[in-house]
Design a protein around this ligand. Structure first.
Ligand SMILES: *[C@@H]1O[C@H](CO)[C@@H](O)[C@H](O)[C@H]1NC(C)=O
Ligand SMILES: *[C@@H]1O[C@H](CO)[C@@H](O)[C@H](O)[C@H]1NC(C)=O
Ligand SMILES: *[C@@H]1O[C@H](CO)[C@@H](O)[C@H](O)[C@H]1NC(C)=O
Ligand SMILES: *[C@@H]1O[C@H](CO)[C@@H](O)[C@H](O)[C@H]1NC(C)=O
Ligand SMILES: *[C@@H]1O[C@H](CO)[C@@H](O)[C@H](O)[C@H]1NC(C)=O
Length: 477
């Protein structure tokens, strides 16, 4: 009896809520125009009222029946449902089959396959399982999707590939009545002679020495060495590293996962070399050594270790999905100028986090709140990557096909200053051809490819509403 009592109470409560919903929401919902248990809502958007249908029903007033075993999709993890024998046996529908997205398995795609099972990461790389993909965290100096590439070229301080004009410093020490110039161009590993290294001025409280590589390079480490001056050993005991893309904004290398600057332990005498690796390697054009503790004076000879970025010679060799679909790109890495809400309802928000290729569901894409060319969606890849292409896809909103038919692409190193992708040999923004329907993939390649941490898609023409699912293509190196 207690059970019956609470059940009745529950019904009364639900009835009460529905009743109050209807009375509050005004005229259209007073007479519930929604069939089959649909919920009626007014006061949102331009429509006088909308119906949120129960599972298995569809249409503006929920008067259409979605039939079959695939209605209310039984497949999980964005798997698509397919009816394989549509025969009705009494009340029971025939069989269905779940077609799973890559990386999922099981009758209902409920199993997330471990893509790390085959140990794809070489050279002690640490594997992380993604949806239908994996990512390797490579120990320096290994790079590449599978940590299979070594990034250990000597970049030319000792060999001379880096010219004196590419090396600059905060100050210079002039010795012996100003006759000896310990200039930055001398800071070359194993440099010989009486004046054979860079030394900062004695009164320089924030010394640094910088190398401009003249293009973006991957840097995996640095070899340092002191020198002796007038019979005294001088060297840098500890330093920090700052890097920059433009020679204006610098970021100091951090201890992985922490906010603290990384302090590298360096030399202990005038002659021996010390190698420090960057974990992980960094991409930069400018690298700055910032002495923190110096013995006698901040005196340095050095070599940079790294590699060219275009390890692969063409675009085809570098077209891995960058993780929109596999979720390597997490929700926090996706932002947009705005997000549309169907009928103003929060639970029907077309978040930028939904802009993942092949995402399923009722709201399964990013949609912009307005119809104009100042809308954008942005991916922060968290580190600089080589981007060679993009796949875009539309979606549908309650049966209405929506897509972006033309778009522009911009990229940035810092999320502040943006470069538009231009047409080759012409100083005009390139306009890419986008989608033509709600579902098919459209692939565009960037020729030439670009390096960036942030990528932005700017819709230029669209059908109905600006609606986008996408994947970026490229590679780490
Ligand atoms: C569903 O309702 C609409 C009006 O709300 C009507 O035009 C349509 O014919 C109905 N469909 C069915 C299958 O009853
Ligand atoms: C410099 O290093 C060499 C080789 O280790 C050593 O013989 C020499 O005494 C050192 N000079 C000074 C000034 O420390
Ligand atoms: C591009 O590189 C891939 C893989 O490295 C190779 O298979 C392909 O033949 C190359 N294509 C061209 C046009 O060089
Ligand atoms: C885009 O739409 C928003 C909101 O309607 C408006 O504030 C903005 O001025 C529009 N921008 C352009 C370039 O039309
Ligand atoms: C969306 O795409 C699917 C598959 O391409 C197609 O069957 C369907 O008719 C499309 N829906 C709309 C509303 O155009």
């Amino acid at each position: 009896m207690r059970y019956m009592g609470s059940l009745i109470f529950l019904y009364l409560a639900i009835f009460g809520v529905l009743l109050s919903l209807c009375s509050v929401k005004g005229n259209y919902c007073e007479v519930n125009l929604c069939h089959n248990g649909g919920t009626c809502v007014t006061g949102v958007g331009d429509d006088p009222f909308i119906c949120i249908c129960s599972d298995g029903f569809a249409g503006d007033t929920c008067n259409l029946t979605e039939t079959g075993p695939c209605s209310a999709n039984p497949c999980r993890n964005d798997g698509s449902c397919e009816v394989i024998s549509p025969t009705r046996r009494g009340d029971v529908f025939g069989e269905y089959l779940c077609r799973c997205q890559p990386g999922f398995d099981g009758a209902h795609c409920q199993i997330n396959v471990n893509d790390c099972a085959n140990q794809p990461c070489k050279n002690k790389g640490v594997c992380r399982d993604l949806d239908g993909d994996y990512t390797c965290q490579c120990p320096s100096p290994y790079v590449g999707k599978q940590c299979h590439l070594r990034c250990t070229s000597l970049l030319g301080m000792e060999g001379g590939g880096i010219l004196g004009s590419q090396i600059s410093a905060s100050s210079i020490h002039y010795g012996v009545l100003g006759l000896q110039r310990w200039g930055p161009e001398l800071a070359r590993l194993n440099n010989q002679g009486i004046v054979n290294a860079w030394t900062s001025a004695a009164d320089d409280r924030n010394p640094w020495i910088e190398i401009n590589m003249q293009k973006k390079m991957r840097l995996s480490g640095i070899i340092t060495q002191g020198a002796s001056r007038m019979g005294t050993a001088e060297y840098i005991k500890a330093f920090k590293i700052a890097t920059s893309f433009d020679g204006t904004t610098y970021s100091i290398l951090r201890v992985d996962g922490l906010r603290n600057d990384k302090v590298f332990v360096a030399n202990i005498d005038n002659e021996s070399t010390k190698t420090n690796l960057f974990e992980p390697p960094v991409v930069a054009q400018y690298i700055r050594v910032i002495p923190v503790v110096c013995r006698k004076a901040c005196t340095l000879r050095m070599e940079l270790v790294g590699c060219e970025l275009n390890v692969r010679s063409n675009t085809t060799g570098c077209s891995e999905p960058m993780g929109m679909k596999s979720r390597l790109v997490s929700d926090g890495q996706l932002t947009a100028s705005s997000a549309y809400r169907t009928w103003g309802i929060d639970s029907f928000t077309w978040h930028p986090q939904f802009a993942r290729l092949d995402k399923q569901g009722k709201t399964n894409a990013w949609a912009a709140a307005t119809h104009n060319r100042s809308e954008w969606i942005q991916v922060d890849l968290e580190k600089t990557k080589r981007i060679t292409g993009i796949i875009t896809q539309g979606a549908k909103d309650f049966g209405v096909m929506q897509f972006v038919s033309m778009f522009k692409v911009a990229y940035s190193d810092d999320g502040q200053t943006w470069t538009m992708v231009k047409q080759q040999n012409v100083f005009k923004d390139q306009i890419f051809q986008g989608n033509i329907d709600n579902n098919s993939h459209k692939k565009n390649l960037f020729e030439p490819a670009f390096y960036a941490r942030y990528v932005r898609v700017v819709p230029w023409e669209w059908h109905e509403r600006i609606t986008l699912r996408m994947e970026l293509l490229g590679c780490d190196d």
